[in-house]
Design a protein around this ligand. Structure first.
Ligand SMILES: Cc1cc2nc3c(=O)[nH]c(=O)nc-3n(C[C@H](O)[C@H](O)[C@H](O)COP(=O)(O)O)c2cc1C
Length: 215
């Protein structure tokens, strides 16, 4: 199993989100030692530009034209990032909630990799269809407040809905979410929310390891 871990917290070992994801990975690797983990730390990454030549290439691809040969070197950086993404069987996305949604680096990463003819294509009716099939995604988030179903802030959660939307658009519909919340209101609720989320992450790692062991 090849797993791509996309990290969108800049807080390293102080990140609560990463702490939960690391527990998930540790459990997965203990149950399924064949798991190969590739980490894409977005705050440390030199992401390719999503403007200039690469923007021109995107617009050409959208209308079925080849990219300008003079832009190929620049586009190769986008292609390398896409190749890393497509190589994985399973994705682990580690993302705290920022302003009800995702940290800007994760949006930047999505803007770089979601390209026509690579992650989606237009069918004969001009309708976009996803090209990424048979993959699983685990999304781990932590939030300062509480956005759980039935809570007053639930409608403000543009994080899970957006990630389901964009990754579903490219074909990744098997998406499991683990949220730890609220993190910033009181120490006792934080501790129990972290513990619950870590347990849920380890259970999910067990299920994933079992699925891959049977397969
Ligand atoms: C720039 C920024 C924006 C944030 N926006 C929100 C928000 O909209 N809602 C919320 O509940 N918490 C928000 N938080 C709090 C974080 O989601 C919370 O502290 C989280 O646990 C941080 O995760 P980490 O420890 O992995 O970095 C924000 C934090 C930062 C730094």
């Amino acid at each position: 199993m090849k797993l791509l871990h996309v990290v969108a917290s800049p807080r390293g070992s102080r990140s609560r989100t990463l702490t939960i994801s690391n527990a998930f990975l540790q459990q997965l690797q203990s149950k399924h030692p064949g798991t190969q983990v590739q980490t894409r730390d977005l705050f440390a990454a030199d992401l390719p530009p999503v403007d200039g030549q690469n923007m021109d290439s995107k617009y050409r691809l959208m209308v079925g034209r080849p990219i300008d040969p003079g832009h190929a070197d620049s586009w190769a950086h986008i292609e390398a990032l896409i190749a890393e993404f497509l190589e994985a069987d399973v994705y682990l996305v580690t993302a705290p909630m920022w302003n009800f949604s995702i940290p800007y680096v994760l949006k930047y990463y999505i803007d770089a990799i979601v390209q026509p003819r690579y992650l989606f294509a237009y069918n004969e009716h001009g309708v976009p269809v996803g090209l990424v099939h048979g993959k699983k995604m685990v999304l781990v988030t932590t939030r300062g407040g509480d956005y759980s179903l039935g809570s007053p802030m639930n409608a403000y959660d543009a994080q899970e809905s957006y990630l389901r939307q964009i990754f579903g658009f490219v074909g990744i519909t098997d998406l499991e979410c683990i949220h730890a919340q609220p993190m910033d209101l009181a120490a006792d609720t934080r501790a129990s929310a972290l513990q619950d989320a870590t347990l849920a992450a380890c259970r999910l790692a067990d299920e994933l390891a079992d699925a891959y062991t049977v397969a």
